[in-house]
Design a protein around this ligand. Structure first.
Ligand SMILES: [Zn+2]
Length: 137
């Protein structure tokens, strides 16, 4: 189905669904009428201009997602380069650092939601990292 923006001879704008482009081209006279004045002389209304967007470009939302993904990947890289990866021992290591049982350093790793909650309750500060969606590249 395609939603067309239509305009009647009197300039009323409205929308109508068609099965496809051909259904619009082959519609019988009077099949589509203006819901405001009932006029059957309708034509496709010019679409609102889309600034800065050309045919074939990604949807704005997709572009934003891809931008975020890139930024998150960069964040992950920075963390990977500057912090020790402790895997699923994150809660244990974070706690040791918090209580001064090991030398202070930046770490990253995985913690279960329950572990994360316990750390918060103990006053251990940490940041949650957003999951970076895998790209196909
Ligand atoms: Zn009309």
């Amino acid at each position: 189905m395609i939603l067309f923006n239509l305009r009647c001879a009197d300039g009323h704008d409205f929308e109508a669904w068609f099965r496809d482009g051909a259904a619009w081209e082959q519609r019988s006279d009077g099949a589509v009428s203006c819901p405001v004045c009932g006029c059957t002389e309708v034509s496709k209304a010019p679409m609102a201009p889309r600034i800065g967007r050309h045919r074939g470009e990604a949807e704005p939302a997709a572009a934003l997602t891809s931008q975020l993904t890139t930024q998150l990947a960069g964040l992950r890289k920075t963390i990977a380069e500057n912090c020790d990866y402790v895997g699923d021992r994150f809660a244990e290591e974070a706690r040791k650092i918090h209580y001064g049982e090991t030398k202070p350093r930046d770490i990253y790793g995985e913690a279960s939601p329950a572990e994360a909650r316990e750390l918060l309750e103990e006053g251990v500060t940490f940041q949650r990292l957003p999951v970076v969606p895998r790209t196909n590249s």
